[in-house]
Design a protein around this ligand. Structure first.
Ligand code: NIG
Length: 380
């Protein structure tokens, strides 16, 4: 079954040769089959006229924490009243997650995936990290692997309250890693004051790499620190947050293949500064945007909100922000199958109820998703 989309007002392909097209058409099955001008469109089994709307690749949300139970509204309210965000709140979610049934955890992931897809997200990465013991980390990884595209082991999210740090790191890099590895492609560590220091983070990342897992790092979220340097040195696919960067961090990222994944919804929700996106881009770093959906620091699935913030407050251009939320999210996940609409890509299409992607920032807060296809299957 092939579908021809006609009447495209603006088509963002993220293809280096095709670029951004106007008055375009696109044919897809489960893959993109053909892209070009409306006048030369081939026939297909079905035809959908989008009447001048903008068509983009689906969002690639490369950083979320969806396997959790419970709610941290009270912590959020306290923060809005002036209490600082610390990593300590993670323990509240760990207690709730351990106490939840498999069914409840699955339902919660599905609820958030549905919410994300309805807003144009077609690729989702999610992490473990609210289990923090072998059984609950494995359970989280197994559930995540059933429900999303990419799964990351984040046993090194927090040293569980009362645990000895060295003992816990040994557990993470030993028994826990062995048990979780079959379910995941990636490993991550929260390298931050109050979580894991540089030596502990290095131990986790090196053990994961030795197991054949790709690396990601939570770094420089609450202050400058060793996270970015470590990520670059160990060739991590991405370092996420990058809120507080030194000139040397920016330089290191610009001269590496490590993607700087920015999480502006988190920075706003935790009352941090916004990351130095402009400096990163001007230096030549690859920048991705992701939602960081989790119940503590960033309880949103909205990639549009991240893009709006990136444009209005972080001085990214619309094109940079859209690329960051699509193609560069895919780069952060080291996949070339999604994040673009070149022939051969997975047919993940996001149709806006607007004539151009500019409206994502021009009309902040307005739900603009008109239609979504994932792998050629209509989602809404
Ligand atoms: O990416 N920084 C560490 N992990 C999450 C927050 C988790 C939480 O507060 O529950 C993050 O912001």
């Amino acid at each position: 079954m092939s579908t021809l989309i006609t009447g495209i007002g603006e088509l963002t392909t993220n293809d280096p040769e095709l670029g951004r097209l106007t008055d375009a058409a696109l044919v897809f099955t489960d893959r993109v089959e053909w892209v070009g001008s409306a006048a030369s469109a081939p026939a297909a089994d079905e035809r959908v006229d989008v009447e001048g709307r903008a068509v983009l690749p689906g969002w690639v949300d490369s950083h979320t924490h969806l396997v959790f139970a419970g709610d941290r509204t009270t912590e959020f309210e306290a923060r809005m009243a002036g209490t600082s965000y610390t990593a300590g709140g993670i323990a509240v979610t760990v207690d709730a997650t351990r106490a939840a049934s498999d069914r409840d955890l699955v339902d919660n992931v599905r609820r958030l995936v549905r919410e994300a897809v309805a807003q144009g997200t077609t690729t989702i990465e999610t992490k473990t990290g609210y289990g923090l013991n072998v059984a609950d980390e494995v359970r989280s990884a197994r559930i995540a692997a059933q429900e999303v595209d990419e799964v990351t082991f984040l046993g090194a999210h927090l040293i569980p309250p009362g645990a000895d740090a060295d003992d816990y790191v040994s557990l993470v890099i030993g028994e826990m890693l062995d048990a979780v590895a079959p379910h995941v492609r990636w490993a991550d560590v929260f390298c931050e004051q109050g979580a894991f220091d540089a030596d502990q983070s290095r131990a986790v990342l090196e053990a994961a790499a030795a197991k054949g897992l790709g690396l990601r790092v939570h770094g420089n979220q609450l202050g400058e620190g060793p996270g970015v340097r470590l990520a670059v040195e160990l060739g991590a696919a991405s370092v996420d947050h990058c809120t507080y960067l030194s000139a040397a961090d920016i330089d290191a990222l610009a001269n590496s293949s490590t993607v700087a994944t920015l999480l502006p919804a988190c920075d706003l929700s935790t009352r941090q500064s916004l990351p130095p996106a402009r400096q990163l881009l001007d230096a030549g770093a690859t920048v991705a945007l992701a939602s960081n959906c989790n119940p503590g620091s960033s309880y949103t699935t909205s990639m549009a909100y991240c893009i709006t913030t990136a444009v209005l407050q972080m001085h990214m251009t619309i094109e940079e922000a859209v690329t960051a939320a699509t193609l560069n999210g895919a780069k952060a996940l080291q996949t070339d199958k999604v994040g673009h609409l070149s022939p051969g890509a997975r047919a993940d299409l996001h149709i806006l109820d607007a004539p151009s992607a500019t409206h994502l920032a021009y009309r902040p807060g307005v739900p603009l998703t008109y239609a979504v296809w994932r792998a050629g299957v209509r989602q809404r």
